[in-house]
Design a protein around this ligand. Structure first.
Ligand code: GLU
Length: 381
């Protein structure tokens, strides 16, 4: 029996409406036919329709799409046997181009631009690559593009591999400051035990804290198609909810899997705080690697919600790189805020006190107009 959720349920519709930046992960088994290994054309078209509807509502959408390996298997006729890592890499190489082509054709037909972004685990552990990945995705979204992300399975070996797109999607949602990650799967959420094995399994509609008990409910993958299972979905939820992003595990098997999602049976993992609040807390907790002293005018500008521009900066000390946390101090030495530096320490030193439009002529390249963007700043209350 399903628990009665009528009185206790949070307003899913409202949460969905308020989500401006959405990441959708699509499992392989949704896109590809079980037997023929071909793309499920009708389902695929309906999914694209749903994504376009979200764009029309003004939301940004990133799709994390599986399917490359299974498509490649079919094309290479490697269907029946278990694949070696090398065969998987080769299958991914063949399948990825096919998968991208499918997305591109569908979106183009409807007047939308999509792009391909292939990521490895390394891209998130190496700071420079992490920052590049983040700014590329954010730039694509600003340009109105729909990025289609997958793991770069062709070069990812076992040691440096996610192997499942659930956790990859969570990392993507986290670096893009998304409000919502939807994991479209072949099951409508988390149950107290496997519904395939027990008739006593109870569906859980909402989770606001991932306890040990919840983790124990998760099992490994149950079909031979996807690489993730409930376990990797819970891992994904741990990542997203800690950065203020809600996560839904929903059954995506029927056509138009996203439309009316807040009315469908699913499991919602609710973040305890907003993306902004989680980010602020994170910045304030990070070790500061430098200091930027600013003048009174800049202090006032910052407090009324503006970014920190080089023109208002007087001094900088410390050893910091782009993306590191630095402390912002006032003329009297009082601590005002902490923020993520847009430039490293030597660059910051060179552009102190100058107008943003002069940055390219001083540095010889154009990066950003501000030393710290307002979204990357947290004030001490
Ligand atoms: N990256 C794999 C692929 O495209 C899928 C991994 C997964 O199923 O989560 O085939």
């Amino acid at each position: 029996m399903e628990p009665d959720i009528k009185n206790t349920s949070p307003d899913r519709k409202k949460i969905f409406q308020q989500s401006k930046s959405i990441v959708i992960k699509v499992g392989s088994s949704l896109i590809i036919e079980d037997k023929q290994g071909a793309i499920k054309k009708q389902w695929f078209a309906s999914f694209i329709e749903d994504v376009i509807d979200l764009r029309k509502l003004g939301k940004t959408v990133i799709i994390v799409s599986s399917g490359a390996i299974n498509l490649g298997r079919k094309i290479l006729n490697l269907k029946d046997s278990e694949l070696t890592l090398e065969q998987e890499q080769a299958a991914a190489s063949v399948g990825q181009i096919e998968l991208s082509k499918e997305y591109q054709e569908h979106f183009k037909l409807k007047g939308h631009i999509c792009s391909q972004v292939l990521i490895t685990l390394d891209d998130f552990t190496n700071r420079r690559r992490y920052l590049n990945c983040k700014s590329t995705l954010k730039t694509l979204l600003k340009l109105g593009v729909i990025p289609i992300v997958n793991e770069n399975d062709t070069v990812a070996t076992d040691e440096i591999r996610y192997g499942d797109n659930d956790r990859l999607a969570a990392q993507v949602a986290s670096i893009c400051d998304s409000d919502l990650l939807i994991l479209l799967s072949d099951i409508d959420g988390l149950y107290t035990e496997s519904p395939k094995k027990s008739e006593h399994a109870v569906h859980i509609p909402f989770i606001s804290e991932i306890t040990e008990e919840i983790e124990l409910m998760a099992e490994g993958p149950e079909n031979n198609f996807s690489h993730g299972g409930m376990k990797t979905k819970i891992e994904a939820a741990k990542v997203t909810t800690s950065v203020g992003c809600n996560l839904i595990i929903a059954d995506g098997q029927k056509s138009n899997p996203i439309s009316n999602i807040s009315e469908k049976k699913a499991t919602w993992f609710l973040a305890s705080q907003s993306v902004k609040a989680a980010r602020k807390k994170w910045i304030l907790n990070m070790k500061s690697l430098g200091e930027i002293t600013i003048d009174l005018k800049a202090e006032k500008a910052l407090k009324s919600g503006n970014s920190l521009l080089p023109v208002g900066a007087i001094k900088c000390i410390g050893q910091f790189n782009r993306g590191d946390v630095v402390t912002v101090k006032g003329e009297e030495g009082q601590i005002i805020a902490k923020g993520l530096a847009s430039f490293d320490q030597s660059e910051t030193g060179m552009i102190l006190g100058i107008k943003s439009e002069d940055i390219p002529s001083v540095l010889g390249y154009n990066r950003k107009p501000e030393l710290i963007h307002r979204d990357n700043m947290a004030f001490f209350n």
